[in-house]
Design a protein around this ligand. Sequence first.
Ligand SMILES: [Zn+2]
Length: 282
Amino acid sequence: MICDLLKENWTQIDAFAKDKMVVFLGIAPIEEHGRHLPIGVDVFETQRWIASAAELVDKKFPDIFIGILPVIPLGYANMGLFPGNIHVSRRLIYETIRQTVSAVAKWGVSNIIVVSAHADPFHSTAVEQACSDVNTVLGHPVAIAPMGSIFSAEEKGLPHKTAPEITAQEHRFPNDFHAGWLETSCMMEIAPETVQACYAERPDICLSGRDMVNPSKVAQAIANEGHIGAPRFANRALGSLLNADSALQLCEAACRFITRTDYEPYEKNPLYNIPGFQVNIQ
Ligand SMILES: [Zn+2]
């Protein structure tokens, strides 16, 4: 069974068998996504991926109770000074997740899946670190944040079903980091009414992965536009494939965590242990 936890009262939550309960919690920033996409892209994607993954988990484990919490609209990013951006510190992301997950764990829940459609590794690391620290303090795993690993599924050798259409597009237009064909396609399926027709006229803005860690280079490249990539190659069919694949991967990570079977590869993104990525909590 799947339910929106905001609609439950405490006695109903109290009555759930906690060993059979899974809670999904999202955290994603409000931020500019070019001239053609709304500032809520990452929140909408996070909601969709959680809802679709919850349905898949529900099919696999019909006796489990799946509670969905709202997406916390906070994120760390470096996307310039556009109106619409609400970026917060990595320390705040870390604390928000650490305290929220700790609170849910106090209900007796030990399967908390934290999800973010925001792929910035500095954001992912803060979320993963918070889950890891809660798990350490409690002495047993209660939370996992698998998206940073899912975004690097290829590199980490994790199962994913990237459709040939997506792979071909990735070869033609790589480094589609922000509000390019990837996110525009996803939004064409999730909320097509929010995608402006001018997506087809946006210029291609190309930056390498190395450029992405240089804030002044990013700011210069995206000035007056806001996206990084090639939005003009977006289409709804690609969006359906991308959203479905994200949900499948999220379901895989959640099921492994629920059954405590080889879930560790989903705990940390590949950059987690590089000096400077973890939040300094001293
Ligand atoms: Zn985004």
